[in-house]
Design a protein around this ligand. Structure first.
Ligand code: IPM
Ligand code: MN
Length: 384
């Protein structure tokens, strides 16, 4: 039997614990059925509840503790809800969400992968029938850029106050994220051709390729990093003549995500621009309730990667059993596939979970079901 893979389960705030409970039930079902070498430990932090008791969102040695695991499965962080309780314990976003950024940084999870595919049964927000073909992978640079957290406030609270917020872009992080994008494009083309669903993308010189990478910048206004991204993209693309290349300014990309999202394959964007684009991409794939997200460290096997849905703590529906666990379960499937790099049985379990969630979505299109009911239906499928 393969060496046990260990998961740190951090349910967090709001609907986090509700959707994580369904993920854990699916993991239990899969482990029992396939005798998986998998175990998990649940942590009450980071969370508002922990902060209320300990005056900090997580213990000082949190990263050390989490670092001993192979992956982190995170529910959501933020306003715990319910919204109609004005007395609830609330923290400023910059404090309650800091652990998320600390984990990404501390474990050098330099890739944030957010696939956006309109699965059958998912809500189609665009009227155009071609929206059914939406299938893109947005890769967000996750280690630097606009999120380095450098800056400060001068003369705070006075009319002469100055706030500075630095953006930092290094050539090393730029190269690695662009190269990762090209590698994923190739991988996706191979997978598609194995499944008999080839796609075609035109290159600038009129050739046809089976995959594409579109890099996003705002180089007409933010020229320093924009030009560096453009140069790195141009250079690295030479190593991938089989992949079509494309560039969009971020504002135009927003327009085209709505106008013709089916023309995108892999999209590489900076930390903030990727953050914004992936909320839009989530809606294109059926909404926040179905959008998975993975924070990956593909280079250091000793560092855990973190898996969390794109959605937040949804305080408006927290505690009511109404949250759709689909995004969490798609995310859990991707975590198993990731762990499956070392243990093929986990990769197979990840595929089984993905298929069960997709089948459930297809069959139950538009029906009003609670968190538990959706979890039940998917667990049932996994038992067959
Ligand atoms: C996300 C979230 C976070 C981000 C917030 C909560 C800091 O919006 O994961 O997309 O901006 O990265
Ligand atoms: Mn976001």
């Amino acid at each position: 039997m393969a060496q046990k893979s260990r998961i740190a389960v951090t349910p967090g705030d709001g609907i986090g614990p509700e959707v994580v409970a369904e993920a854990v039930r699916c993991l239990e079902t899969l482990r029992a059925k396939h005798d998986l070498a998998l175990e998990w430990t649940r942590f009450p932090w980071p969370s508002h509840a922990w902060h209320e008791e300990h005056s900090e969102s997580m213990p000082d040695d949190a990263l050390e503790q989490l670092g001993a695991f192979d992956a982190i499965l995170l529910g959501a962080l933020g306003d715990p809800g319910p919204m109609d309780d004005p007395q609830r314990y609330l923290l400023p976003d910059s404090i309650s969400l800091a652990p998320l950024l600390d984990m990404r940084k501390g474990f050098d999870q330099w890739v944030c992968e957010r696939p956006a595919r309109l699965h059958p049964g998912a809500r189609q927000f665009l009227a155009d029938e071609r929206a059914k073909d939406i299938d893109m992978l947005v890769i967000r640079e996750n280690s630097e850029g606009e999120y380095v957290g450098q800056g400060g406030r001068l003369r705070k609270g006075t009319p002469d106050e100055v706030a500075t917020q630095m953006e930092v872009f290094t050539r090393r992080a730029t190269d690695r994220i662009i190269r990762y994008g090209f590698d994923q494009a190739r991988l996706r083309a191979t997978e598609r051709s194995q499944q008999g669903r080839t796609r075609q993308f035109k290159t600038l010189d009129g050739r046809s390729c089976e995959s594409q990478v579109c890099v996003i910048t705002k180089r007409n206004a933010l020229r320093y990093w924009g030009d560096m991204y453009t140069e790195a993209f141009e250079e690295i693309s030479q190593e991938y003549p089989d992949v079509a290349t494309h560039h969009e300014l971020v504002d135009a990309a927003c327009m085209k995500f709505v106008q013709c999202p089916w023309t995108f394959d892999v999209v590489v964007a900076s930390n903030l621009q990727g953050d914004i684009l992936t909320d839009l991409a989530a809606v294109l794939s059926g909404g926040m309730g179905v959008a998975p997200s993975c924070n990956l460290n593909p280079t250091d096997p000793d560092m855990p990667s973190m898996f969390e849905p794109t959605h937040g703590s949804a305080p408006d529906i927290a505690g009511q059993g109404l949250a759709d666990p689909t995004a969490m379960l798609f995310t859990t499937a991707r975590m198993l596939e990731w762990l499956g790099r070392k243990d093929p049985a986990l990769a197979a379990a990840g595929k089984a979970l993905f298929d069960a969630v997709a089948a459930d979505l297809a069959e139950s299109a538009g029906s009003q079901r609670g968190t538990r009911e959706i979890g039940d239906a998917i667990c049932k499928r996994l038992e067959i």
